[in-house]
Design a protein around this ligand. Structure first.
Ligand SMILES: Cc1ncc(COP(=O)(O)O)c(C=O)c1O
Length: 472
């Protein structure tokens, strides 16, 4: 019998391979603890991967938030921290980077994304207001609710279907948005909350045509448009790949153009911007700048550091520049796509098309026998850890929380497990190991019966809830 000819990563999928635009200078050892140790660890964590100790994790795909590897230039920048209480030079470097790459006039720094969400929500939302957006995000919606508002989902229907191949599943459905405006009145809508890419939909992008049309609609009704820019650089890569007229434009140029249709943005710099901590709120309107600059001194720190050390702002300013390079983005999203290609070829149900920062396993399709109130995605994440020490996270009924009006679970259509790929951290070999682990868990799918929740915190329950296995 003849042996099959070995193929490179690219050849397997009929394309040319990409490679990382960097080489490794320092390594951090990791190890897989044995099966008995993993069983003890996940039971002690109440079957919630957020409650595992990182030392007990082999490959950590919990999140891409704050988990990036910084470059030598960023580490060099850490030594240039100006730790003055007020007016640090690193703040001015950061301000210039945001103005230059995102194009907004004013900047308010914050310790991370939810700090910025808090400031914009408290500054603009009044009791009884409605905030339409392209699918909820956990912390974003909670801050909107705590400020007295109600989030209304106006994403296109395709976003709720994990098999639909729409190239821009993050798009706003303009008809749905106009219905909301006509129902509640423009005066009750402080802003439209647009995210690029959409995390909870599977990292799905918004098209340039959609944001242009959205701008026109908002202008017609005098409504502001603010962007969650957390993964906007990744969104730009999809526009470059998929939208007519953008193939020859750089990621940086696409980000700048997209932002020009919005009035400002909030940012968790822990994602796109390749730093371990940091965030910001930026805007063109002076009234929001004034309100947020005032609130930042109450909740974050002075308006020239907002909860970050000077050295963190320096690493962030450098990270912004690196994040918007085309070669970085080609390898960053290339790695995510590679894992998606393997799982797709093996017939494992995942959200399609593959998004920018993660592979989302479709837990409903993998465990059709586990009802949603037995937490199929939470169960799948626990099984993956048990199999091989890989840590993923639930994005389904647990993350969706309870409806504040009825107190019932919210049952999202998507019941997913997110395998989130940190930036510049793992290799292609790690992706192979992850794919094999997912396959092993998939092959054992009929032996699993779900979980029950035995402890439920009031806010953002997915972080700290505890579970126990259900017997058949
Ligand atoms: C889309 C999106 N917005 C906002 C946030 C909140 O940012 P942070 O975790 O830095 O508070 C996150 C974090 O996961 C996010 O993914």
């Amino acid at each position: 019998m003849t042996q099959p000819v070995p193929m490179t990563m690219g050849q397997q999928f009929g394309r040319r391979s990409w490679a990382e635009p960097w080489k490794i200078k320092m390594v951090e050892p990791i190890k897989m603890i044995d099966r008995a140790g993993r069983e003890r660890a996940i039971a002690a964590a109440g079957y919630n991967t957020f409650l595992l100790r990182s030392e007990d994790v082999y490959i950590d795909l919990l999140t891409d938030s704050g988990t990036s590897a910084m470059s030598d230039r960023q580490w060099a920048g850490m030594m240039l921290g100006d730790e003055a209480y007020a007016g640090s030079r690193n703040f001015y470097h950061l301000e210039a980077a945001v103005q230059n790459y995102y194009g907004y006039k004013y900047l308010v720094p914050t310790h991370q994304g939810r700090g910025a969400e808090h400031l914009i929500s408290r500054s603009l939302i009044k009791e009884g207001d409605v905030i339409p957006g392209n699918m909820y995000f956990t912390t974003t919606r909670l801050h909107q609710e705590l400020a007295g508002g109600r989030f209304v989902d106006v994403i296109i229907d395709e976003a709720h279907d994990p098999t639909n191949m729409h190239p821009f599943k993050g798009n706003v459905d303009l008809g749905k948005l106009e219905d909301v405006i006509q129902r509640v009145g423009a005066a009750k809508i402080p802003y439209v909350s647009l995210a690029g890419t959409v995390n909870m939909a599977g990292g799905q992008p918004v098209s340039m045509a959609n944001v242009q049309a959205l701008r026109e609609l908002c202008d017609r009704y005098g409504i502001r448009l603010y962007l969650d820019a957390t993964r906007m650089a990744e969104n730009a890569w999809f526009i470059q790949q998929r939208e007519e007229g953008y193939a020859g434009k750089s990621i940086a140029a696409i980000v700048k153009e997209f932002c020009s249709y919005t009035d400002g943005a909030w940012m968790s710099a822990k994602k796109d911007h390749l730093v371990n901590i940091g965030g910001w709120l930026a805007m063109n309107h002076e009234d929001l700048f004034e309100a947020a600059s005032n609130l930042v001194v109450v909740y974050e720190g002075l308006h020239t550091y907002g909860g970050m050390a000077g050295r963190d702002m320096e690493a962030l300013a450098i990270g912004i520049e690196e994040a918007l390079q085309d070669d970085h983005m080609n390898s960053r999203i290339g790695q995510v796509l590679y894992l998606g290609e393997l799982l797709t070829d093996w017939g494992i149900p995942i959200v399609h098309p593959v998004g920018g920062h993660a592979i989302f396993l479709d837990a409903k399709a993998i465990y059709p026998h586990v009802p949603q109130d037995r937490f199929p995605a939470q169960t799948l994440a626990a099984q993956l850890y048990l199999d091989s020490g890989i840590r993923a996270m639930e994005r389904g009924v647990v993350s969706a929380g309870r409806d504040p009006a009825t107190g019932d679970h919210r049952y999202p259509k998507l019941e997913l497990v997110r395998l989130t790929i940190p930036r510049r951290v793992y290799t292609q070999a790690h992706m192979d190991v992850v794919a094999e682990a997912v396959k092993a868990v998939y092959d054992e799918r009929n032996r699993v019966h779900g979980l029950e929740m035995v402890h439920e915190p009031k806010y953002l329950r997915f972080f700290q809830a505890r579970f126990a296995p259900v017997q058949p």
